[in-house]
Design a protein around this ligand. Structure first.
Ligand SMILES: NC(=O)c1ccc[n+]([C@@H]2O[C@H](COP(=O)([O-])OP(=O)(O)OC[C@H]3O[C@@H](n4cnc5c(N)ncnc54)[C@H](OP(=O)(O)O)[C@@H]3O)[C@@H](O)[C@H]2O)c1
Length: 257
């Protein structure tokens, strides 16, 4: 039986970097890479030594999810690692974000995450690991990132409880909750069409390489939550102690000053 990893969002940013680092560290027969941009996935194939199975799929399309399941049924691999990194955000208030974008965030960040995970679980076994890429935004509500933060809160809570549900099968589940990352496409896409003052600063942003290395290390140690960096670690603690209303005021001040 082939040993594989499945990585969504593999055409850029964190997902692509996960593929690079997993290919270096883990003995696998294949890595299945999922995103819409086939050309990017083909380019990634030239970079890594592990064979890639290219699945150019739009994860908000139910037929694409069925195609993924069919691929799994045909190949019957052993999935050692699942990383769900596909996701996007939009900045701005309720007037700035098109309803279509708001609902697409829910479709990708929530529905597709659950769907990919649950469609993969039957091919996972004792020692397999799941990393769901959430965000520091999961820890409190965030004006000007409202729907995005709510989707990440959903994914964070889903991931935490799934970990407990999978304890009996000895499958590790980690919620990865980074703060801003400066070298992925996320910020540029999130700011497009938003007023320039929606979020004016991205101070203390980390890099995709640091975030992925820390997330993989935390997953190997079977940590429930990975906060790769000082800001996300501090925010996680602050959100446990301080009321959301205070954190939202602090965020409103920080993002506009
Ligand atoms: N960057 C940050 O500051 C930051 C901070 C905290 C959390 N995160 C989270 O980290 C994750 C990865 O983001 P990133 O920073 O690496 O951003 P990114 O560079 O924009 O990567 C997003 C990935 O998602 C894929 N994707 C988007 N829509 C898709 C769809 N409908 N179907 C399939 N794949 C789709 C994109 O590929 P295609 O366009 O080719 O489909 C791309 O590979 C996201 O969940 C994001 O919320 C990011």
């Amino acid at each position: 039986m082939k040993k594989i990893a499945v990585v969504t969002g593999a055409s850029s940013g964190l997902g692509r970097e996960f593929v690079r680092q997993i290919a270096k560290e883990t003995a696998l027969d294949e890595i299945w890479v999922i995103a819409r941009r086939r050309d990017r996935l083909l380019a990634l194939e030239q970079e890594v030594t592990v064979p890639l199975r290219i699945l150019a799929l739009d994860l908000t399309d139910p037929q694409a999810l069925d195609a993924y399941s069919a691929e799994l049924r045909a190949a019957r691999p052993s999935v050692e690692l699942l990383v769900h990194a596909a996701g996007f955000g939009k900045m701005g208030d309720y007037r700035a974000i098109a309803l279509e974008d708001a609902t697409r965030m829910i479709d990708l960040n929530c529905k597709a995450a659950v769907s990919i995970t649950e469609r993969t679980l039957w091919r996972m076994h004792r020692g397999s690991r799941i990393l769901e890429i959430c965000s520091t935004a999961a820890f409190q509500p965030l004006p000007a990132l409202n729907v995005y933060a709510a989707t990440k809160s959903f994914l964070y809570h889903y991931t935490r409880a799934l970990r407990v549900e999978l304890r009996g099968r000895c499958i590790g589940v980690t919620a990865v909750c980074p703060y801003w990352i400066k070298d992925t496409e996320f910020i540029e896409n999130a700011r497009r069409h938003a007023g320039s003052d929606a979020v004016r600063h991205f101070r203390f942003a980390s890099t995709e390489r640091e975030v992925v290395a820390q997330a993989l290390a935390d997953s190997r140690q079977n940590r429930a939550v990975s906060t790769p960096g000082a800001v996300c670690s501090m925010d996680r603690i602050a959100a446990k102690i301080l009321p959301s209303s205070l954190l939202m005021e602090a965020w409103n001040w920080m993002r506009t000053k």
